[in-house]
Ligand binder design. Structure first.
Ligand code: SAM
Length: 267
């Protein structure tokens, strides 16, 4: 399963989003099919011409590509953290039936996270912030700069959960955090939401059926305890699932994410 890279890294989200065509969570840039076909035809020609030698050369190229140096973002340079490198989930040990629904680890440019939080017309002191599919914790680190009651990350990969904890330790020793952060090693489908108003942050972390389970848990929580909820959903591949819910209204937002609101009324 692929992750459209429309909003990743430090690139401007809206610009790159326009350039990628998204289909079922897999992004192909225009012309990529043609390039792939050309590469295949070229390889077949070389295989006929050079025999096994061309296979060896291809093998070397794949190894070189795999070991190519990864970029270090300004964010990681500044805080000595490890958040930039993408990680496909097949590389990780994930003990969950939902692993095939998960989208690879990839993070957002900090400016997009900050803009999204600052666009909320809410008193953040009265809200807890939950990043579902929190990966290496970049969103949690940025959110901790704001006065939320609590910042919570939920991640089902143990390896990513450990990296997030290490990152948070380094970040908090350098930055004056304003809210407490907790990280949970857990499948988001099994997460029970805490009491009080919520900001739920999603960067296209999982597929439709996990999102449906999360929404069902959220709806139960809202029936038990009426409160205000905002959902910020970047790369909102399954926005229609939330749009179908009678509890949420999609609101106009000046950020490149889908934003949903539930007002604090009894259901
Ligand atoms: C696109 S990354 C987003 C990471 C993080 N929110 C950020 O923006 O920096 C998606 C993350 O969701 C996690 N994930 C996918 N399915 C999950 C699930 N069912 N429960 C918890 N985490 C999940 C993946 O392991 C991955 O780290």
């Amino acid at each position: 399963m692929g992750q459209p890279d429309g909003l990743a890294g430090n690139e401007s989200g809206s610009t790159k989003l326009r350039r990628t065509a998204v289909s079922g969570g897999v992004a192909m840039k225009p012309g990529q099919f043609g390039q792939l076909r050309e590469a295949f035809v070229d390889f077949r020609y070389r295989l006929r011409r050079d025999g096994a030698g061309s296979l060896l050369r291809l093998g070397r190229k794949v190894v070189e590509f795999w070991n190519r140096p990864q970029s270090v973002s300004e964010f990681d340079r500044e805080f000595d953290t490890d958040t930039e490198k993408n990680v496909p989930l097949w590389r990780l040990n994930i003990d969950s039936a939902n692993r095939t629904q998960g989208i690879r680890y990839q993070s957002l440019a900090p400016i997009l996270i900050r803009n999204a939080i600052e666009a909320l017309p809410a008193d953040l002191n009265n809200f807890s912030f939950c990043d579902l599919g929190s990966g290496k914790g970049r969103v949690l680190m940025v959110a901790s700069e704001y006065p939320f009651k609590e910042v919570i990350g939920v991640e089902f990969s143990h390896e990513l959960h450990i990296i997030a904890n290490n990152n948070l330790r380094k970040y908090r020793s350098r930055k004056q955090a304003r809210s407490t952060v907790s990280t949970l090693h857990l499948d988001a489908a099994n997460y029970r939401f805490p009491s009080g108003n919520l900001v739920i942050f999603l960067f296209n972390p999982f597929g439709e059926s996990v999102l449906r389970s999360v929404l069902a848990n959220l709806e139960r929580a809202l029936i038990q305890e009426p409160r205000a909820v905002w959902i910020i959903y970047f790369n909102a591949v399954f926005a229609s699932v939330i749009e179908e819910s009678f509890l949420f209204t999609r609101v106009e937002a000046a950020i490149p994410a889908a934003v949903f609101r539930h007002e604090a009324t009894a259901i």
